[in-house]
Design a protein around this ligand. Structure first.
Ligand code: CTP
Ligand code: ZN
Length: 152
């Protein structure tokens, strides 16, 4: 048995593991965890056999929906999402990159109509292997994952 666990186990909630290093803050933003009162444990730049360095997020007393889990794939394609109950992993959520995402992101194009009218954003997602493209439904411009901001 290893002498230390990098981050301690939780009783109930969601563990998002194998986040590519550097992406945990964006996922915290995406899930709006800073505005919640849930206890959250964050691990940054932890060693991982799978992806070199990883980030990890444990959110207590919150069970992610499938939609929330799928949105995480945009920033962390290798992430594993585990639901914990009474200290046991009761579910490993199988994620899929969504084809479209309403509402969640703001269009980075400053002259996009979505900023002028009070309209919900709508992006089409294109999986290009190593890269993911987000295409605004309204201005049709393409963006990568580092360009879009989360709509809070
Ligand atoms: N975990 C936790 N609290 C628990 C149980 C598990 O925080 N009470 C975390 C583990 O630390 C791990 C993740 O949940 O980060 C998944 O747990 P587990 O399936 O036991 O880990 P592995 O067997 O390593 O599975 P995987 O390879 O999918 O990470
Ligand atoms: Zn746009």
């Amino acid at each position: 048995m290893s002498k230390t666990l990098p981050v301690s186990a939780i009783e109930n909630g969601t563990v998002i593991d194998h986040i590519r290093s550097g992406q945990a803050p964006r996922i915290m933003h995406l899930l709006n965890v800073l505005q919640s009162k849930n206890k959250v444990t964050v691990g940054l730049n932890l060693p991982s056999k799978l992806i070199g360095l990883k980030d990890l997020l444990k959110i207590e007393n919150r069970v992610l929906t499938n939609d929330e889990a799928n949105e995480i794939v945009i920033f962390a394609p290798e992430a594993t999402i585990n639901i914990i109950k009474n200290f046991e992993v009761i579910q490993k959520i199988t994620t899929h990159l969504p084809q479209t995402i309403p509402h969640v992101f703001l269009c980075p194009n400053p002259v996009c109509i979505t900023h002028k009218e009070s309209m919900e954003s709508f992006f089409h997602i294109e999986d290009q292997g190593k890269q993911i493209k987000l295409i605004c439904h309204y201005c049709e411009k393409e963006f990568n994952r580092d360009q879009v901001k989360v709509n809070l």
